[in-house]
Design a protein. Structure first.
Length: 115
């Protein structure tokens, strides 16, 4: 996994600003998904290339596409990120995708999350 183990200090806000353009481009970094029991000091996992769980976009563009659908995605997992991406595309924004070393999704169980 190229650059997965790169632990240089990253400033996510700065990187987001570098890859977000008002009215033209949103930024959805590719994060490293850690497997159960893995930690950044000893990462084991893969690049989550088909996930869009993090999105950087200007507030004006957010308002233009109506933000996130919080009515349909309040008590269940799945679909909310794809719905959000569809909204981004609805106003003809491009989405910049880059692997973001040092940005990880920690494994967690979904058990009991919606009770």
């Amino acid at each position: 996994m190229d650059n997965f183990w790169n632990f240089n200090d990253i400033n996510v806000i700065f990187v987001c600003l570098q890859h977000t353009v008002l009215g033209k481009v949103a930024y959805a970094p590719t994060v490293g998904r850690l497997e159960c029991g893995a930690f950044p000091s000893y990462p084991n996992g893969f690049w989550q290339e088909n996930g869009f769980g993090i999105l950087g976009v200007y507030k004006a563009d957010w308002d233009r596409f109506g933000g996130m659908n919080i009515k349909e995605f309040t008590t269940k997992w799945g679909g909310e990120d794809w719905d959000l991406i569809d909204r981004v595309f609805s106003i003809q924004l491009e989405i910049e995708r880059l692997k973001q070393p040092g940005l990880f999704h920690y494994y967690h169980s979904h058990k009991g999350m919606w009770q």
